[in-house]
Design a protein around this ligand. Sequence first.
Ligand code: FE2
Ligand code: FE2
Length: 237
Amino acid sequence: MVRMKIPDEERRLFVKRAGAALVGAALYAPSLAAQSAAPASKEKAAEEVSPTEDLMREHGLLNRILLIYDEIERRIDTRKDYDPKIVSASANIIRKFIEEYHEKLEENYLFPRFIKAGRLNDLVQILLIQHAAGRDVTARILHLAEARTPPQRTRLRDEIHSFVRMYRPHEAREDTVLFPELHHIVSQHEFDSLGEEFENQERKLFGTDGFEKMVSQVEGLEKQLGIFDLAKFTPTS
Ligand SMILES: [Fe+2]
Ligand SMILES: [Fe+2]
């Protein structure tokens, strides 16, 4: 075995480099450990959607249909044509996903808790009245969806307008007043259980990824109307 003599300067450099590598490895190790733990906790976080986040996401979907309704209203006002099936498809999503699911969650799980706690009673009463009014308007929109004559389309336009006019303040009030207050009237355990219950209901009614499927349907309608491209909404100076 031939032992080579390493000059002192080179040895010092080697020790310095090796030390730096060890320190680097030590610093890197915890982040590696964190990385390997990350997917599991990320997955868990993705599964656990709080009940209010769930309802607010659904408001986001409702909002996208309100934007479709805005575009239909604009087309009727400017006498530009559109496929009537877009109106019926939008109103059916409102009926199935918002009125028969989202609003049922609010009516069955949220409103009774507020009434029992004696909190925001006046607001809850108005929200309930508006749910009923919204269902009536949706029934009329569905009835007029295929309308092609100008007088019928004017009636459809008025119904759509009244729907959008009511639901924008309705959902904004729920997002900013009702939902934040839920934390003050239920325990953390009850809050978490509500989230699980909402997920179960959604799965039962719409299968797995029910919300994602609805978003994809709405995207399809937006594309048909030419309002899907988000960049189109940026003002140009
Ligand atoms: Fe509501
Ligand atoms: Fe709502």
